[in-house]
Design a protein around this ligand. Structure first.
Ligand code: ADP
Ligand code: TRP
Length: 321
């Protein structure tokens, strides 16, 4: 089975990315043919600072490798290194109806948040469809925010298959409902672009600061608290087992709990959780050429798989003459 997913290097990777997507991708590498890539072409839709994009791309690669992605067990590369993504996107544009793209929540959200409505943003889901269909992926592990993008991908694949005959595999999303949307420090979906992210690898002092800023309700120490609607609780529970979660829940339901205390505990818990990976992370970021080498080898493998699909597609649409 082919499992595939990508992540944007539009900022530093955060715990929403980790629990929403990275952790399950790393698990899949032992039981599937895994395709994992950094989608720098997608990041161009929101980032127009070349140096930052280049730096973030290498950092995202270092994060993934430090956390356990094995480039020998998987195909790990950078989207922009494989030209076929852009080529297939153009072909698929002709099978992506305007109405379909106009219904995209992600596009509407981005505009509502003040991004300039440009064409890259509008056709973002077509590039994502190309990413997935190019490798004939069966399963795509993502967070809940990507569900509609998967539906659009399936629509585009069906439209193309309908015209040219069976060509693309229909991909299924793999969304862990329990971890579907990790809240950020302000309670909205954690995102690199919302300024509410808790990064996976950040200096301890900064980590503490961000955790102390997690928004909680105005209940006083003596009040009984509501764990299920508490952002702090919902982040804390990601890092502990069921027993520890139960203990915290009980503390919430008894008077005397101070949110500040829970935040201090959480900052230490997060720090310790990622501790085993920190040394590897530093070692990778100190060796950018080795990282580039790993990514180039990955791109070579990806190109070979992409070429099989492109050959078929170019034949069918008449680009091979
Ligand atoms: P961001 O919104 O931070 O830019 P991406 O769009 O690059 O993140 O998302 C990469 C992957 O991480 C996707 O599969 C996405 O669904 C998942 N993801 C991102 N943020 C969250 C979150 N807050 N909760 C769960 N999954 C998330
Ligand atoms: N749109 C995805 C996100 O923002 C990233 C992405 C691009 C992706 N191409 C993909 C995810 C292909 C899965 C498969 O998270």
């Amino acid at each position: 089975m082919r499992v595939l997913s990508g992540i944007q290097p539009s900022g530093k990777l955060h715990i929403g990315n980790y629990f929403g997507m990275m952790r399950s991708m790393i698990k899949w590498q032992k039981q599937s043919e895994l395709f994992c890539f950094i989608v720098n072409l997608h990041a161009l839709t929101s980032l127009s600072d070349g140096e930052t994009l280049a730096r973030n791309t290498l950092e995202a690669a270092a994060d993934f490798l430090a956390l356990g992605l094995d480039p020998e067990l998987s195909i790990f590369w950078v989207q922009g290194d494989v030209a076929a993504h852009a080529e297939l996107t153009w072909i698929l544009h002709n099978h992506a109806s305007m109405g379909l793209l106009e219904r995209s929540h992600s596009y509407k959200d981005k505009i509502a948040r003040g991004q300039t409505p440009h064409h890259g943003l509008f056709s973002y889901p077509v590039l994502m469809a190309a990413d997935i269909l190019l490798y004939q992926a069966d399963l795509v592990p993502v967070g809940k925010d990507q569900k509609q993008h998967l539906e659009i991908t399936r629509d585009i694949a069906a439209a193309f298959n309908n015209v040219y005959g069976p060509t693309f595999t229909m991909p299924e999303p793999a969304i862990n409902e329990n971890l579907a949307t990790i809240p950020g420090s302000d309670g909205q979906k954690m995102s690199k672009s919302y300024g509410n992210a808790i990064e996976i690898f950040q200096p301890q002092k900064e980590l503490r600061k961000v955790v102390m800023k997690i928004v909680t309700d105005g209940r006083s120490v003596e009040d009984v608290k509501d764990p299920d609607n508490c952002n702090l609780f919902n982040i804390y529970r990601l890092f502990v087992d069921a027993e520890k979660e139960g203990e915290l829940r009980e503390r919430y339901l008894r008077p005397g709990l101070q949110y500040g205390e829970v935040k201090k505990e959480l900052a230490d818990i997060i720090w310790n959780y990622f501790e085993p990976y920190r040394e590897r992370r530093e070692s990778f970021s100190a060796r950018p050429d080795d990282l580039r080498d790993i990514l180039q080898k990955g791109a070579q493998k990806a190109r070979a798989v992409a070429a099989e699909t492109m050959d078929k597609v170019r034949d069918k649409v008449g680009l091979n003459y």
